[in-house]
Design a protein around this ligand. Sequence first.
Ligand code: CTP
Ligand code: MG
Length: 239
Amino acid sequence: MSVWAVLAAAGRGERLRVVDSVDEQSSTTRPGADRPKAFAQLGGRPLLAESLERLEASAWIDSIAVVAPPGWEEPVILLAEELGCGKVVASVAGGDSRAASVRIGVGEVADDAAVILVHDAARPLVSERVLERLIGALNEGWDGAVPGLALSDTVKRVRDEAVVETLPRGELRAVQTPQAFVAAVLRAAVSGGDEATDCSSLVEARGGRVTVVEGDPRLLKVTTADDLALVESWLGSEP
Ligand code: CTP
Ligand code: MG
């Protein structure tokens, strides 16, 4: 059974840069401020290096296709070579949305792949334990598996500033990546909607059976400079 990882790294990282444009001094001094998020500096190297190295080291992953920021396909290959990531078989330019980038990445996956795992480079601290839980769920017969965390806040639906509904917290999960799917199921699903914020929703919309496995708080998505600092403080201190 061959497992492919599609690493979505094509985003611009606008929200990471907003801080830099407000504070001009930091934009000239902070390394990585002028680059896409995948090449922002985390622990002295590109953010992308962290997830790339972890997927390379995973016993569950056979091959990796990276979806790069347009124009950064070559630097991605050089980084992979530098890190000794021999599982990286493709670096392709992404599209205008995450969904479009994932579709491009899935297009690079070999026909004989059994499982495709989609991961955001914006979540650097992917762990072997999460990968094991995801693949385990597929082995139990699910079409897809996603890592999720229970919520500690109460969530309400709001329309025109008025609360219209309070959702049952016990049923809710905040969902992360990597997300793992039976390859044929994901291939069929990615042809749809560009508005989807994750792959699972596309699979669900087609009637696919997706389960939630335990997520990891350290799989935090780097959106702002504060997130980057927080993830950086966790580097090397994982259980
Ligand atoms: N992504 C992508 N292609 C896009 C947009 C996003 O591959 N056109 C990827 C990002 O590289 C990231 C993941 O999808 O790994 C989640 O997106 P997000 O956190 O929103 O990253 P950015 O779009 O880069 O950030 P921003 O929205 O602040 O510009
Ligand atoms: Mg985005």
